[in-house]
Write a protein that binds this ligand. Structure first.
Ligand code: FES
Length: 105
C-alpha cells in the first residue's frame, strides 16, 4: 500500500497509508494529530494547511487560484511548501511523500 510520512505539530513523524483518488485531507482528518478541516474540503477554511517536502511539491499539480489566494492570507504561508491538503489528491505514484502539518492559525 502506498503511504506518506507526516510530521505532526509536535514534530513526531508518522507513516500512514494514503488512499488513491482521495484528498490527503480526508486521511489526515481521521487521525488525532491531524487536521481540523472545518469546511470539509470546500477550500474556504485553510485549517487543512500542510507543508509538502519541496522534493515532492514539484510532482503535484499546481494549485488553483482560489487555493493560492487562501494560502497567501496565512501567516505561516511558505510559497515553496504550502498547500491545502483538501486540494491535493493522493495517488499511488506519491508513495513515500513527506509532509508536515502547518501550525494552527
Ligand atoms: S478543509 Fe477547509 S480549506 Fe481545506
Amino acid at each position: 500500500m502506498a503511504g506518506m510520512k507526516v510530521v505532526d505539530r509536535d514534530g513526531e513523524e508518522h507513516g500512514i497509508e494514503g488512499r488513491a483518488g482521495v484528498s490527503i485531507m480526508e486521511t489526515l482528518r481521521e487521525v488525532d494529530w491531524g487536521v481540523a478541516a472545518i469546511c470539509g474540503g470546500m477550500c474556504s477554511c485553510a485549517t487543512c494547511h500542510v507543508y509538502i517536502d519541496p522534493a515532492w511539491m514539484a510532482r503535484l499539480p499546481a494549485p488553483q487560484p482560489d487555493e493560492k489566494e487562501l494560502l497567501q492570507e496565512l501567516t505561516g504561508y511558505d510559497e515553496g511548501r504550502s498547500r491545502l491538503s483538501c486540494q491535493v489528491q493522493f495517488e499511488d505514484s506519491l508513495d513515500g511523500m513527506r509532509l508536515e502539518i502547518a501550525p494552527d492559525e
